[in-house]
Design a protein around this ligand. Structure first.
Ligand SMILES: Nc1nc2c(ncn2[C@@H]2O[C@H](COP(=O)(O)OP(=O)(O)OP(=O)(O)O)[C@@H](O)[C@H]2O)c(=O)[nH]1
Ligand SMILES: [Mg+2]
Length: 301
């Protein structure tokens, strides 16, 4: 897509990785030593121990078969191995380009970027000419409904709004009814941020899910969990606790513009067993990308 833009938005990670990788080559002549230090660099860049070891083991194997052991050749091989990790779980995840009607439920802990991501995704679908409905089912936090209403205006989407304190499942019910009656293509439901130890809020998610399954039977449903990349490795705990209450189909990874630790993408993909569907790379409406492994690796190394 806008390749230079994603590079620009991921530049903190790129600067961090590029400098470290260049130093590895500058400080070592011996190839084995270079790879060992690359492995260490990846681990220190939040790629995760298992994933870093796997990438570098493969790199060692590939290098044995190859005559050219120059810095640029090794870097190209490294990129390929990193891309492989991301491809392994992002296959078959491109429901974005499908023409099916869809309901998308957005979940996650507080402040990770759920509502903002919904605005951005609604905009992407609108640009495809889809008829999009939003459901403001965060009736828990004051101001949350208004926040989504602003996004609805900005993206020219319709919205079903709950009142503060209203049962969020009833907002989703109203939205599901409108979706069917008025022939919408896409329904995106916002939910309140919740921590796994808040039992009531977690149970509420089960109810919202039931309402969707019952009232939108036969419509493709995707539950996406939003994770904040700046908080790094604790995504695993969040994913696990939401899994207990709802199925999950993928991840929206936000705030990659604000962190030098974009390497966390690799550990998320390989350890959580869920594809990354979108990445958030800023606060503006266009600061979202459909996750593309090749582009991502090219942008950070
Ligand atoms: N830099 C940056 N900021 C982001 C991104 N996505 C969201 N934000 C900011 O993160 C803050 C929280 O975003 P929200 O969309 O309100 O998050 P939320 O998950 O809906 O929050 P709650 O509803 O309170 O749980 C806002 O200031 C957003 O502008 C991103 O990709 N990059
Ligand atoms: Mg919100």
């Amino acid at each position: 897509m806008f390749f230079s833009k994603i590079k620009e938005n991921l530049k903190k990670t790129k600067e961090n990785l590029d400098i470290k990788i260049s130093n590895v080559f500058a400080n070592n002549k011996d190839i084995d030593k270079v790879i060992d230090e690359l492995e260490e660099t990846l681990i220190l860049s939040d790629v995760g121990i298992n994933t870093s070891v796997k990438i570098c083991d493969n790199l060692r194997q590939e290098l044995k078969k190859q005559v050219d052991k120059s810095e640029s050749a090794i870097k190209e091989l490294l990129k390929k191995e990193m891309e492989k990790i991301l491809l392994s779980s992002s296959e078959d995840s491109n429901s974005y380009s499908s023409d099916e009607k869809q309901v998308i439920l957005i979940v996650g802990v507080n402040g990770v970027g759920k509502t903002t991501s919904i605005g951005k995704i609604a905009n992407l679908y609108k640009k495809q000419g889809k008829k999009v409905l939003l459901a403001a089912a965060d009736t828990f936090r004051a101001g949350a409904v208004e926040q989504l209403e602003i996004w609805a205006k900005r993206t020219n989407c319709d919205i079903c709004s709950g009142k503060e304190g209203q049962d969020p499942a009833s907002v989703v019910f109203d939205a599901a009814t409108k979706f069917k009656n008025e022939d919408y293509d896409i329904l995106i439901c916002d939910t309140a941020g919740r921590l796994h130890n808040k039992t009531n809020l977690m149970n509420e998610l089960e109810k919202i899910n039931r309402i969707i399954d019952k009232n939108l039977e036969g419509i493709k449903k995707e539950v996406l969990i939003v994770l904040d990349s700046t908080t790094g490795q604790n995504g695993a705990i969040q994913v696990k606790s939401f899994y207990e209450k709802t199925s999950l189909n993928g991840i929206i990874l936000t705030k990659l513009d604000s962190t030098a630790k974009g390497g966390v993408v690799f550990s998320i993909v390989s350890e959580l067993n869920l594809p990354i569907k979108y990445i958030g790379v800023g606060e503006q409406i266009d600061d979202i990308e459909i996750f593309n492994p090749k582009e991502f690796v090219e942008a950070i190394i």
